[in-house]
Design a binder for this molecule. Structure first.
Ligand code: ADE
Ligand code: ZN
Length: 413
């Protein structure tokens, strides 16, 4: 996995010292990204002709923002974010239900919502913590009843993902949230799968599905849903663990995850989002997960950081989500950049994009701006996601090559 220690430690890849601005044009699909200025090249006397370095080392391994030409730097960085092929590893499909689609589906299914309008729904999206979010999230799921609903939901996400140059996505779904309401597992899976097939045909986006177990329900209920998932083993790559974290430690699901692995599923788990670092240890050692979802609380435990670095366990971090749910008071205080500099295999993801103010590109943009991420750091985050994907080595290499080509085209001399 790629990780960034400091500028001096990344000489095997284009270093910030070697970054030279280049003129480049080309159409960018998302309006989020400004068009590159014709005047993007500048001369920084401190660096030499044509040399660009957005941040300087403060001698302690962490870089501090520079003061010169930030507006020009921003254009390059935004263009890089737009252009990089993106892999998303942490996105709950139910969390991509935009209020407009929620109303459309509610109307055709004659489900009444407690909100008067799209605006009223958005107004309600002020969450203090995970619990306050999840109660609204589960309530909104009540509009999803038919195969077509799951198809529309998934296709809408894929359209947005495509516009942001997502090339591969590994999608969580929460079947218990639907089977509890009498919607069949097959209905949920069929709608999602039909859209994924269409997404690959229309947009070339490849995908994997991860079935999440709701940790606030019992281990028996988890076994029950796992046995249903087993019938569709070829369509589901992994089993995950989500929902209310505190008070529901991974240890409660050891037997379920053991059984999942016996069935041939890979495993992942939400851990260390709100819950303590110990839950991350449990997910690693008891559930034997391949990736940790969130994991930001690992920084409370030095030994855990050492273990995660040594094993290069990917952490699927979701910056906007963490601020919306009060994990960090402000994005400027997020530990993403510090985690990257510690050598952790961190990735950037959207979690529940319809609720948290942005899809993957908005997460990159917001994190870049709040944490002053450099081009090199953005590139490394993208490469980490490719390496951490549940894809064959040859497909990862093809994506790494694409990312390198974009990075060189946009940034390197
Ligand atoms: N389900 C959907 N989003 C979640 C999150 N951020 N944490 C735990 N469970 C979730
Ligand atoms: Zn999540």
């Amino acid at each position: 996995m790629w990780s960034v220690h400091d500028d001096a430690g990344e000489r095997t890849h284009p270093s910030p010292e070697a970054l030279v601005l280049r003129e480049f044009g080309g159409h960018r699909s998302a309006s989020l990204f400004p068009t590159r200025s014709k005047h993007a090249n500048y001369f920084d006397p401190a660096q030499g002709p044509g040399m660009r370095r957005a941040y300087q080392d403060n001698g302690e391994g962490m870089n501090q923002p520079r003061t010169n030409p930030p507006h020009e730097d921003q254009r390059v960085l935004m263009s890089l974010i737009a252009g990089l092929p993106k892999v998303e590893l942490h996105m709950h499909i139910e969390g991509s239900l935009e209020p407009e689609l929620m109303f459309t589906i509610a109307a055709r299914n004659a489900v009444s919502l407690k909100y008067e309008s799209v605006e009223a729904v958005r107004e309600a999206y002020r969450f203090g913590n995970l619990q306050s979010f999840l109660s609204i999230y589960y309530e909104a799921c009540s509009v999803l009843l038919h195969e077509q609903d799951f198809y529309d939901l998934t296709l809408a996400y894929l359209q947005r993902a495509h516009a942001q140059h997502v090339v591969h996505t590994e999608i969580f779904f929460d079947p218990q949230c639907h089977t509890q309401r009498g919607v069949a597992f097959a209905t949920v899976l069929s709608g999602i799968r039909r859209a994924l097939v269409e997404g690959e045909r229309a947009f070339g986006i490849t995908s994997r599905l991860i079935m999440c177990i709701l940790r606030h329900l019992s281990a028996e209920a988890a076994v029950d849903i796992l046995e249903q998932a087993q019938l569709y083993r070829e369509h589901i790559i992994a089993v995950g663990l989500d929902s209310y974290e505190i008070g529901h430690p991974p240890a409660q699901f050891v037997n379920v995850f053991e059984r999942a692995r016996q069935h041939g599923f890979l495993t992942v788990a939400h851990a260390g989002e709100e819950g303590p670092a110990d839950y991350i240890w449990q997910a690693l050692n008891l559930l034997r997960v391949s990736r940790i979802d969130h994991g930001v609380r690992c920084m409370d435990d030095e030994a855990l950081v050492g273990e995660l670095v040594k094993r290069q366990v990917p952490l699927t971090v979701c910056p906007l989500s963490n601020v919306k749910l009060g994990v960090f008071p402000r994005l400027e205080e997020h530990n993403l950049r510090e985690m990257l500099h510690r050598g952790l295999c961190v990735t950037v993801n959207s979690d529940d994009p319809a609720y948290f103010g942005g899809y993957i590109a908005e997460n990159f943009v917001a994190a870049q701006q709040a944490l002053h991420l450099t081009a090199s750091e953005i590139y490394h985050l993208s490469m980490n996601a490719i390496q951490a994907a549940f894809l064959p080595a040859a497909e990862k290499q093809a994506l790494l090559d694409q990312a390198a080509a974009v990075y060189h085209q946009e940034i390197a001399s």
